[in-house]
Structure formats: structure tokens, C-alpha cells
Design a protein around this ligand. Structure first.
Ligand SMILES: [Zn+2]
Length: 337
């Protein structure tokens, strides 16, 4: 039997006092577009998960009114069953605005980090917060989740202890300390990312699924705030967005149907771009490799490129071989169905 890999846990840092870096990132999330120099034209679907049925109400009313007997009415119900169609799965909106919910962005960044950790000396840095969704054996090619498993096989191919739960114990893993878990608020908070004049369009997939999607090049903006972090942990957050050496990250996968490939559509290839990093007036000074970012100040442009490079470097130094560098889009492209 495979032995269970332990999750490295410790007491979360205090939430009730300020100690460390406190600030905010202003971030853009954009679906890739060849017109913008990206590798593909990619649509994005971030849905509510609610499936709607489409019925011709006027016709239904007419039919129901024409039914004189119970059996005629039953016939109407039967016909109706044949006529009901799946309506387009909506893209998320909030107060009429097209948005990618903060919870979805958080889930995306967190999952990428969880899946980027591999064990060292019998311990792994992170639990899998939604472990029930993760298969332990590689699903056969073509079955649900097989691409996900292949892409992240190094971090999914072993059994680990169950997810942290702060209502049950007093220790949590690194990512639960940063992003929160049951009974523990995270130190990193994600606001909703609001679409910048995104014009949703409808696509019909060969599977019969119908989706409302944001077309290639669609951009969404939002903020990510952080409290009481160390410099390398800010670097890890950036790493989780696919940033390496510039404020513009490399292509990563996001949202629903991101692993599937169709002849005419690519889904969920996006890039994160950090436009600004600001430190709160009551933050510690950020002093790394000759860079001094004072509390209350902000960094953008080429200075931010350099800061990203330095912070990501610190995260890599801290975590060493435990932190994988998986090019998920590249791996997906190379997978054959
Ligand atoms: Zn955990």
C-alpha cells in the first residue's frame, strides 16, 4: 500500500495585529488573443453553474388551454418534454456587470499553487482543499478529469493527509494560512474582477452544451489585498498567477471547459497582469535586493517587472525543489486524446 504523505502544518500567524507586508495588487485577467500576440484565440466561460431550460411559454399556454380532458393535458406535458431545450449557461454577472467572481480567481490561483507542490522528506507543503474532487489514480484517457490528472501528475500521483480544518485542529498548511480554510479567514482577499466592456457571445459545443462566453481578448480588472505576508509569500502569490519574470504572466488555464479541445474553439487560456502593487501606510517596508518600497507608496511599469522577478525569485529560493514549474497550457497542447 502507498504510504500517506503528511501535510506540513503549523499554527497560523496572528490575525489580530499587523505584522509584515500589507497591501494591494491591481490585476487584469485577459483571455488570450492572437491579435494581442498570445499563442491562441481563447474563449472564457465562468458560469453560475445553473442550467436553464428554454420553453416556448406562449405555445405552452395555448396548448394547456386547449386541453379539455386530463388525458389531453397529459399529452401536452409529454409534448413539452420533447420541446424543452437546454438554454445557454450564463456567464456570471453582478448588478448587470459581467464579472469573474473573486472566489473564482482565488480558486484558480490557489489550485495552481496546491498542484505545484511536491513532497520533500515525507511532507508536502499544502493540503488539497477540495480533495474529494481529485482522483488518486490516473483516469483512463477520455474519462472525466484525465487531462487534469496528466498535467498535474507529480502532485496528484500520491496520497496525502486530508484537508486542513481549523475548526477541528489548531494547525494548518501554508496555503490554508494564506488563503483560509474552515474556521480561519485568509490573509489574501480577492475582489470580483469586473469586465472591461466585455461583449458576451454564445457558442454551441459539439457535445450539445451551450455557453455564454467572453470572446478572445476580453479583459477583467480587480484587486487582490494581502495582510501580514512575508516578501517571499507575495512572490508565491504572483507565482500562483503564472508570473515569473515580468508583471505580465504566462498563459494559464481558467474557468469551465478549460481542458477540452474542440476543432473551432479553445477555452480558458488567460493571462494575469499585475498593473500596480501598493503598500498600505501601516505596512512594513518592502526591502529586497536593492529595492525599497516604502509604506504608502506604489510600484508600476518596469520597476514592477523587476519587483516581480525579485519576489518570485525569493519564493523559489524559499521552497526550492518543492515548488514545481508546470507549463499547464504547454502540457495540455501536447496531450493527445
Ligand atoms: Zn491546508
Amino acid at each position: 500500500m502507498q504510504s500517506l504523505v503528511k501535510v506540513k502544518r503549523s499554527q497560523p500567524r496572528p490575525r489580530d495585529r499587523l505584522d509584515g507586508l500589507v497591501g494591494r495588487l491591481t490585476v487584469r485577467l485577459r483571455s488570450c488573443s492572437r491579435a494581442l500576440g498570445d499563442p491562441s484565440d481563447s474563449y472564457l466561460h465562468v458560469g453560475t453553474g445553473v442550467l436553464r431550460l428554454k420553453v416556448d411559454e406562449a405555445r405552452l399556454k395555448r396548448l394547456a388551454e386547449s386541453a379539455r380532458t386530463k388525458s389531453q393535458l397529459m399529452k401536452v406535458v409529454e409534448d413539452l418534454g420533447r420541446e424543452i431545450q437546454l438554454d445557454y449557461a450564463d456567464f456570471t454577472t453582478v448588478r448587470g456587470l459581467v464579472v469573474v467572481p473573486g472566489a473564482s480567481v482565488k480558486g484558480n490561483v490557489r489550485a495552481r499553487l496546491e498542484l505545484s507542490f511536491v513532497p520533500s522528506s515525507g511532507y508536502v507543503r499544502s493540503c488539497l482543499i477540495r480533495a474529494s474532487e481529485e482522483p488518486l489514480e490516473p483516469p483512463p484517457s477520455g474519462q472525466h478529469g484525465w487531462r487534469h490528472f496528466r498535467i498535474w501528475s507529480e502532485s496528484l500521483g500520491f496520497a496525502r493527509e486530508s484537508a486542513c480544518d481549523y475548526t477541528e485542529g489548531d494547525e494548518v498548511c501554508l496555503l490554508c494560512d494564506l488563503f483560509g480554510t474552515a474556521g480561519l479567514e485568509g490573509l489574501i482577499a480577492f475582489a470580483d474582477f469586473v469586465g472591461d466592456q466585455v461583449r458576451l457571445t454564445s457558442v454551441d459545443l459539439p457535445t450539445g452544451e451551450k455557453l455564454r462566453v467572453a470572446p478572445p481578448g476580453s479583459a477583467f480588472s480587480g484587486t487582490i489585498t494581502f495582510t501580514n505576508l512575508k516578501a517571499w509569500e507575495v512572490g508565491l502569490l504572483l507565482y500562483g498567477m503564472g508570473l515569473r519574470s515580468l508583471r505580465l504572466g504566462r498563459p494559464v488555464l481558467f474557468g469551465k471547459v478549460k481542458y477540452r479541445r474542440y476543432p473551432n474553439y479553445v477555452f480558458g487560456v488567460v493571462r494575469y497582469e499585475v498593473e500596480r502593487l501598493e503598500l498600505a501606510p501601516f505596512s512594513q517596508m518592502l526591502e529586497v535586493e536593492g529595492l525599497r518600497i516604502r509604506p504608502g507608496s506604489r510600484v508600476k511599469g518596469e520597476d514592477l517587472d523587476k519587483l516581480v522577478r525579485v519576489l518570485v525569485g525569493l519564493a523559489r529560493d524559499e521552497l526550492g525543489k518543492e515548488l514545481l514549474d508546470v507549463d499547464e497550457v504547454g502540457r495540455l497542447e501536447r496531450l493527445k486524446a
